[in-house]
Design a protein around this ligand. Structure first.
Ligand code: SF4
Length: 348
């Protein structure tokens, strides 16, 4: 007999077909989804509306185990970083970020990443493998299960390890499972997919009905191609055109992420050029002061330069926010995720 398949890889229609192919009644799939997602029961024996014989058979058919948490680090600011074992000796990280009225889970979509963004720590760990939909859903459930009853995850961002649009089938399937009423029932408006700029797949974000974030990080093709090689394939004009189309079709503003690298992307002229590029696009700009990591070759600008950059954009009328740096002391901040060993302690 073959090994049981992970329950979390199935949508409801897929499980229905799977059970039917095994000669089981189709409606059992609904019962199972209710037990697993709505009631969070992870033991078939406790699923009391299933027959005893079926309950005993289920462990050979379906596996209810989630990715195992190997370590959990808690930052002084309350950010929690989870290291998950995803099998074959591979691991990924998820980060839970508290703020005043939100509890945001940042999930990973790949082990490592091939996009080679120069400022990103994950990029140092080349792509090992893409995660499955069930492994992405599993990160959410494993973290949600650890929360006290009065807390719940309010937002999900695909901004962890990996480029989500390099693994689109698994990412959009996981969103379907997380969103569907038969699954987790999570609002799509609270889900954001972030891309480094895989332009042809941006329409899939629009079709999925989730929010779009784009790592822009450069105001001309020369600089952007230097720090984000993907720009050579899809330059800024094409990327912003795809963003415009998303905004038009979804009626939603795009979030543009802009990392401030000292003397690379942080001048007043850069702020003005950023405004010129984006003023006709319904968007908000998140500026992210670079979070330093070992051997990155980049520096974080001074507080005065960061403030000047933000003030210039505000003066020009841009909708701009400074992303609060969370979890920097545990290497959970933006661009710092990796499962490779950290050699050098970070200067805080
Ligand atoms: S910033 Fe994102 S897309 Fe770029 S290398 Fe890092 S994980 Fe990959």
């Amino acid at each position: 007999m073959s090994a049981p398949q992970s329950f979390f890889e199935f949508t409801l229609p897929e499980l229905r077909d799977h059970l039917q192919s095994l000669g089981k009644e189709a409606f059992r799939s609904q019962q199972l989804f209710r037990w697993v997602y709505q009631m969070r029961v992870d033991d078939f024996e406790q699923m009391t509306n299933l027959s005893k014989a079926f309950r005993q058979e289920l462990p050979q058919l379906l596996d209810l185990s989630l990715p195992r948490v190997l370590t959990e680090a808690v930052s002084s600011d309350g950010t929690r970083k989870f290291l998950f074992d995803v099998g074959d000796g591979q691991s990924v990280e998820s980060v839970l970020i508290p703020s005043k009225d939100r509890l945001t889970l940042c999930v990973s979509s790949e082990v490592g990443c091939n996009m080679a963004c120069k400022f990103c720590y994950t990029a140092k760990q080349k792509l090992k493998r893409r995660l499955s939909a069930g492994e992405i859903v599993g990160q959410f459930l494993a973290v949600a299960d650890r929360l006290p009853p009065e807390q719940r995850i309010t937002n999900i961002v695909f901004m962890g390890m990996g480029e989500p649009l390099d693994n689109p089938d698994a990412v959009f399937k996981s969103i379907e499972i997380l969103h569907s009423p038969w699954g987790v029932g999570f609002s799509k408006r609270k889900v954001t997919v972030s891309t480094s700029g895989i332009v042809p797949l941006i329409p899939r974000v629009t079709q999925a009905g989730v929010r779009l974030a784009v790592s822009l990080n450069g105001v001309n093709d020369e600089v952007r191609s230097r720090i984000m090689p993907i720009n050579k394939r899809w330059p800024i004009a094409e990327l912003l055109q795809a963003c415009r189309q998303h905004a038009d079709e979804s009626g939603d503003r795009v979030t543009l992420e802009y990392v401030l690298l000292k003397d690379v992307t942080d001048s007043i002229e850069d702020a003005r050029a950023l405004h010129r590029l984006t003023r006709s696009l319904p968007c908000k700009i998140n500026i992210i002061p670079f979070n330093e990591h070992p051997n990155s070759g980049f520096l974080r600008p001074s507080e005065a330069r960061i403030a000047r950059f933000q003030e210039e954009l505000m003066r020009l009328g841009a909708h701009v926010l400074r992303r609060k740096t969370m979890g920097r002391d545990i290497y959970a901040a933006c661009g710092q995720l990796t499962t490779a060993p950290i050699q050098t302690p970070i200067a805080l």
